[in-house]
Design a protein around this ligand. Structure first.
Ligand code: ADP
Ligand code: MG
Ligand code: ZN
Length: 483
């Protein structure tokens, strides 16, 4: 039995309760003010966009949006927490009782309950690896987060993986989080317990933290399930505790019990009024909701005529879907071919070449040197007959290392397809003259040899001959020889 607690850092311009920028990557302790530093006498003011964003996620996961919810103080001592508490939600969170639909490996789908989604602020960051002292960077202090808590509905590490993939897909489509696990803008703690088949009561759970990739969540759960299984098989008991995943060693190690002995003494924050979200507010969020993945997938099938498979691959990640649509739009602006034809051609290029290169380089498609505009320009050259599909592969590779326009690459590398029948006829004649033996065999009825002549002619033309014209002329010449 597995339940996830996922923290997503929100892409608001400013922090949760002050006007400091929430941007990532600035010099330490530059994005701070008296409010987020917890100076006495300052007062927090709730960021309205934070509420918009969490309501977006609540709607996308079919949660009940509470008309009234409470911000609470979660008290603990840590050097990177100047106020001595985080502002969070406890007893009355804003979103409750929702569900996610996840896609499993065998193609089936499964509903996973969402217990709650609440808002909170992040703490600062302790830095231990820059000399003997511990340093503190408070830039992240007060940056808005949402915490998404699932029911213990997941039944395998793989299901947990798919649930996380789905949560990442939703927050990125909604534009509320960049979904980057490696950089920590999406963080996942996994709770797991075992129970005997056929029994109903939940077993004692442990919580595993510190996984910084999807793969590591799966691996950490596999490890922890094995560990609990070993204990239970030996007749021992599982102790409820928190473990930290060590990705290098491939093991989860219990935190010292003192470190996890938390009593947060939650209480409503007296500095903040209750959050009241009325129907018009929810309606306005609903109206401004970006398109969700299933809708986009269906639209790609219906509006663009793409096969289900293509629509699924292209919409799995918002970035890829954006890249695809931008490429298609750019191509449509310059081509007279039908929309359905263009849609499929662009889909083929994005699904094979673009995704392959992004995968090889482990970068998002937006970081590739091939932009939608350049891809569209290249496909345009195929459609107008300037280059063949085969030469286009070379142009594509060149576009990865040069910022030139595709037409400039074609010119520089002399890749322009030869359609001039005079030039092709000359090559055809040379090839036929040089292969007397094969010509005789062909004329004697061995039709299979035709492909050999095509290959030789293309070779002579360094691959630049228009295949259609080459075929036509070869046929013409050989037929005339038969007579
Ligand atoms: P805690 O108080 O320890 O944080 P919660 O009840 O808030 O526990 O649940 C936290 C997460 O743990 C949720 O995702 C929930 O689904 C999951 N969970 C709770 N009990 C179990 C259990 N017995 N086995 C597996 N997961 C569990
Ligand atoms: Mg909890
Ligand atoms: Zn501030």
């Amino acid at each position: 039995m597995i339940g996830l607690e996922v923290h997503a850092q929100l892409l608001t311009a400013s922090k949760a309760f002050c006007g400091c920028t929430a941007a990532f990557g600035n010099a330490p302790n530059t994005n701070v003010c008296p409010v987020c530093l917890g100076m006495p006498g300052t007062l927090p003011v709730l960021n309205r966009t934070l509420v918009d964003y969490i309501v977006r996620m609540g709607i996308a996961t079919e949660c009940r949006i509470a008309p009234r919810s409470i911000l609470a103080r979660k008290n603990y001592f840590y050097p990177d927490l100047p106020k001595g508490y985080q502002i969070s939600q406890y007893e009355e969170p804003i979103c409750t009782g929702g569900a996610l639909t996840i896609d499993l490996d065998d193609g089936s789908r499964k509903r996973v309950g969402i217990t709650r989604i609440h808002m909170e602020e992040d703490a600062g960051k302790s830095i231990h690896d820059q000399g003997p002292d511990t340093l503190v960077d408070l830039n992240r202090c007060g940056v808005p987060l949402i915490e998404i808590v699932t029911e213990p509905d997941l039944r395998s590490p793989r299901e947990a993986y798919h649930a996380l993939v789905r949560i990442r897909q939703l927050v990125t489509y909604l534009g509320i989080c960049d979904g980057n696990m490696e950089e920590g803008s999406l963080r996942c703690d996994a709770n797991v317990s075992l129970r005997k088949k056929g029994t109903q009561a939940l077993g004692t759970k442990t919580e595993v933290k510190n996984m910084n990739s999807f793969r590591n969540v799966e691996k950490a759960l596999e490890f922890e399930i094995g560990r609990q299984q070993g204990l239970l098989d030996d007749g021992a008991r599982v102790v409820q505790e928190t473990l930290l995943w060590d990705a290098d060693a491939g093991v989860a190690i219990p935190m010292r019990s003192k470190e996890e002995a938390h009593d947060y003494r939650y209480f409503p924050d007296p500095d903040l009024v209750p959050v009241l979200v009325d129907e018009p507010w929810i309606a306005s969020v609903r109206q401004a909701m970006p398109e969700l993945p299933e809708h986009r997938r269906d639209r790609f099938q219906q509006e663009l005529g793409l096969p289900r498979y293509d629509a699924n691959v292209l919409t799995a990640e918002r970035e890829v879907a954006d890249f695809y649509e931008q490429s298609l739009r750019a191509l449509e602006a310059s081509s007279s071919a039908s929309r359905e034809n263009l849609a499929k051609v662009v889909s083929n290029w994005v699904m094979t070449d673009v995704l392959r290169v992004a995968g090889d380089r482990s970068v998002p498609v937006s970081a590739l040197p091939v932009t939608p505009g350049r891809l569209a320009a290249m496909i345009g050259l195929i459609l107008d007959g300037t280059i063949s599909g085969k030469l286009a592969k070379d142009v594509f590779e060149e576009m990865l290392v040069s910022s030139e326009e595709p037409s400039a690459i074609v010119r520089r590398k002399g890749l322009v397809q030869v359609t001039d029948s005079g030039a092709i006829a000359a090559c055809v004649d040379t090839v036929l003259a040089a292969h007397d033996e094969q010509v005789k065999k062909y004329l004697a009825g061995n039709e299979k040899i035709f492909g050999f002549f095509v290959g030789e002619t293309m070779k002579l033309m360094q691959g630049k001959g228009n295949p259609k014209v080459v075929n036509e002329l070869l046929r013409e010449r050989l037929t005339s020889m038969k007579v």
